[in-house]
Design a protein around this ligand. Structure first.
Ligand code: ZN
Length: 185
């Protein structure tokens, strides 16, 4: 960040009075720009023994397969966000959603809230952010072509345990950029 969102003057990275970490503070009006993690809401949507996956038409991980998920918007609930992403990415109508997992990624300041639900309709098709979408049986999942570790982990948990329990884990990324999974419960 270079310029103040309030007045356009340059900002400096410094610790504000009564704070304990660096923030971008406006040199002119003193406005403090707090930056906080983003929620990413997504869903494992199933149709009997098949799981909906989307092939990404956007960076990062263009061409890789993912669960429908995306950044939460203002003025919506986490479940509404997950259902909206399923509609946007796969034209998929989600049935009632239950919380499946909470996964923190402090290295990119993101928190994933993953849901599970059944598809309300078998009709799915690629939305703007997808090259194609598909319903995959257990032995058809493209494990080597998944976009993100959290997608891999969510699918493994679902296939092993099914729905019904809320999983809690976090991921770290080492200096070699290798992502490591830490299961909490
Ligand atoms: Zn300012």
């Amino acid at each position: 960040m270079n310029y103040c969102s309030q007045c356009g003057a340059p900002v400096s990275l410094k610790i504000p009075v009564d704070d304990n970490r660096e923030r971008y503070v406006c040199d002119h009006c003193g406005y403090v720009h707090y930056q906080n993690p983003n929620n990413v809401c997504g869903a494992i949507l199933t149709l009997e023994d098949r799981i909906l996956l989307c092939k990404r038409a956007i960076e990062p991980r263009y061409g890789k397969w993912t669960l429908p998920a995306g950044f939460m918007e203002n003025n919506e609930t986490v479940a509404e966000a997950a259902a909206r992403e399923a509609m946007e990415e796969a034209n998929a109508r989600a049935g009632p959603l239950t919380l499946f997992g909470i996964f923190s990624m402090p290295y990119i300041s993101q928190v994933y809230l993953m849901f599970h639900g059944e598809l309300a309709s078998p009709e799915v098709s690629a939305g703007q952010e997808s090259l194609e979408v598909g319903l995959f049986r257990r032995d058809e999942i493209p494990w080597d072509e998944l976009a993100f570790p959290v997608v891999d982990h969510s699918l493994r948990l679902y296939l092993e345990h099914g729905a019904g329990k809320v999983h809690h884990a976090w991921f770290s990324r080492g200096p070699d950029r290798q992502v490591e999974l830490h299961i909490i419960d």
